[in-house]
Write a protein that binds this ligand. Sequence first.
Ligand SMILES: C[S@@+](CC[C@H](N)C(=O)[O-])C[C@H]1O[C@@H](n2cnc3c(N)ncnc32)[C@H](O)[C@@H]1O
Length: 259
Amino acid sequence: MSSFVSPEPTSQKPFLPDGAIGECFRCHQPVTSRGECGCKDGICLICADCRDVLPLLETGSVDLVLTDPPYDQKTHLGARYGFRATSSEIPFPPLEDIPGLVGDLLRVSRRWVIAFCSLEMFGSYKQAAGECWIRAGLWRRPNGVPQFTGDRPGQPAEGLAIMHNPGSKRWYGGGKHGFWVHNIQQHGRFHPTEKPIGLISELLADFSSAEETILDPFAGSGTTGRACKDLGRRCIMVEIEEKYCDIAARRLEQGVLFI
Ligand SMILES: C[S@@+](CC[C@H](N)C(=O)[O-])C[C@H]1O[C@@H](n2cnc3c(N)ncnc32)[C@H](O)[C@@H]1O
């Protein structure tokens, strides 16, 4: 088992039938190695350490991985010392093993793997992906926090490490650039590092088609699952913190969101 982040993997596991990889937090049914459970809307949520779950998912069982893993230590320290809007510590540890994570994600995906990251992390993702590296994308946040210290330029954007397994590629963005512009949601957020649902929906529309299966192993408040439900994709989410699983499950029970 690889170790992407520092906490020890969970040790206690519920009783599960043979072949099941976990229990769905929403429907409480066993989840198959293709991420199928009893949820009628096709959005499965596993409350677990993804380091335990990813090795159990079948090779090529999803069409797209769209995920927002913890960033590097520098970003997390920046948050601790007040360089972000929240001025609070990010409540989960930084990512440690990028090669291990990228290897697992590329194995599980048939096609694209897209991971949010800080701009400083592009080199590590590129090295880990090898021939599967496609290019760096950018998410520009026009309402991002200014540089409060005033002694250097502010952070202009967050990164998207864009990877794809060998073979032909297709996306649905035509000739547009890998540059997405969405404001950070200022009020009523579900998670300290929540991504705007409009941004996630645009990425889903660009990189996947209806009824395809999306994986987000660092689900947080479930923005990816919520957007998948609204856009008619199947989704498998994994989140280690029960409090965020609760929030994600509640977001999925709300009516269709208009964005
Ligand atoms: C950057 S946040 C994702 C936020 C999400 N995009 C949203 O919009 O709410 C990363 C999440 O990964 C979770 N996490 C960290 N390590 C994990 C692991 N090993 N397995 C599963 N989830 C993990 C954290 O608890 C955190 O909620």
